[in-house]
Design a protein around this ligand. Structure first.
Ligand code: FAD
Ligand code: NAP
Length: 280
């Protein structure tokens, strides 16, 4: 019988290709707060080179399972002077991004493309006396930035934040932010007497109720706050909500004589979508 000499190859050495340490355009999560089972906010480090105007949005996301970045538009909720960036997010149960993003923790990395854009900026409005922020749901995010920006109070005598959600718990992020502003060392004095907050619910009893469109059309908000009705001469507005809300509130603003503006052509109001689609 012929013996066959079997020579064993040395055990294969694992190829030492270093795993990438960072995602492209990576920023590190510094804080996460869950407000409801469908809403959370988080803060991340800010790229040193990132300059933006309060109210603008950027593309953020995570690496997808296919190895490609999975990015979505997000309003920057923190003001331009902040060292970090804050975001306020929905959790869509089967949403490609937010089904994963909702699980981020302090120390994790997200992708942030540092190219801010958007229409909800002071430059897109003609000078006026009162500025209205009109938001539903996560549409409050750009106004969380603008409400914390001193320029807002330098430009206007009065700022009115109307935020409407279905339930009271969904108002908590905005409510806490406004309360914090009033006691803030830096901006508290500027805000005092200038920032009026009008939070309403539509599907749960609370102190103030009703859709923004209805409260403007009926004059209830003017009566409740003890202020004059809107005019195209004095009032400016920024709108951020669902497509249906944006469409309906634009008609109300046009009824008061306000016209839609843009960065290239400042007028009396500007609009941004809070999300694309009809809703989940
Ligand atoms: C200009 C702009 C700014 C945006 N800013 C924010 C922001 O600051 N915070 C934020 O949470 N989202 C924001 N969005 C929406 C965001 O881009 C994503 O759609 C969201 O993060 C969900 O991503 P997803 O991949 O999980 O689901 P997607 O596939 O993107 O969305 C699935 C469906 O969920 C619904 N949906 C998505 N986002 C929302 C929302 N915010 N509120 C209610 N329903 C929603 C829509 O019906 C949508 O078709 C913004 C969108 C645009 C266009
Ligand atoms: N928020 C929740 O508890 C909840 C629960 C399950 C699923 N979802 C889904 O998640 C998606 C986002 O929900 P969301 O609550 O953030 O947003 P949303 O459905 O746009 O409602 C947010 C607020 O905007 C008001 N609104 C809606 N359309 C309006 C219009 N055309 N004019 C004036 N006001 C208007 C709503 O009032 P009305 O209440 O009068 O409509 C509500 O107070 C929706 O598609 C929803 O189906 C939400």
């Amino acid at each position: 019988m012929t013996e066959i000499a079997v020579t064993q190859n040395p055990a294969p050495v694992a190829a030492t290709i270093p795993a990438p340490r960072h995602l492209p355009d990576a920023q590190t999560v510094t804080a996460v707060t869950h407000w409801t089972d469908a809403l959370f906010s988080f803060r991340v480090t800010r790229p040193q080179s990132l300059r933006f105007r309060s109210g603008e949005f950027v593309m953020i996301g995570l690496m997808g399972d296919n190895g490609k970045p999975l990015l979505r538009a997000y309003s920057i909720a923190s003001p331009a002077w902040d060292d970090e960036l804050e975001f306020y997010s929905i959790k869509v149960p089967d949403g490609p991004l937010t089904s994963k993003l909702q699980h981020i923790r302090v120390g994790d990395e997200i992708i942030l493309r540092p190219k801010p854009v958007g229409t909800l900026v002071h430059d897109a409005l003609l000078p006026g006396k009162r500025l209205w922020f009109l938001a539903t749901g996560t549409g409050i995010a750009p106004f969380a930035s603008l409400m914390r920006d001193p320029e807002t109070y330098e430009k206007y005598d009065q700022v009115i934040m109307m935020h409407t959600c279905r339930t009271a718990a969904e108002l908590d992020y905005g409510r806490q932010l406004v309360e914090g502003l009033r006691s803030d060392e830096l901006i508290g004095e500027m805000v005092e007497g200038k920032l009026l907050y009008y939070p309403t619910t539509t599907r749960e009893p609370s102190a103030l109720m009703g859709r923004i469109t209805d409260n403007l059309s009926s004059g209830k908000v003017f009566a409740d706050l003890g202020i004059e009705p809107m005019t195209a001469v004095d009032d400016r507005a920024m709108v951020c909500g669902s497509l249906a809300f944006n469409k309906d509130v634009m008609a109300v603003l046009e009824g008061f004589g306000l016209r839609e503006g843009a960065n290239s052509e400042p007028r009396e109001y500007v609009v941004e979508k809070a999300f694309v689609g009809e809703g989940v």
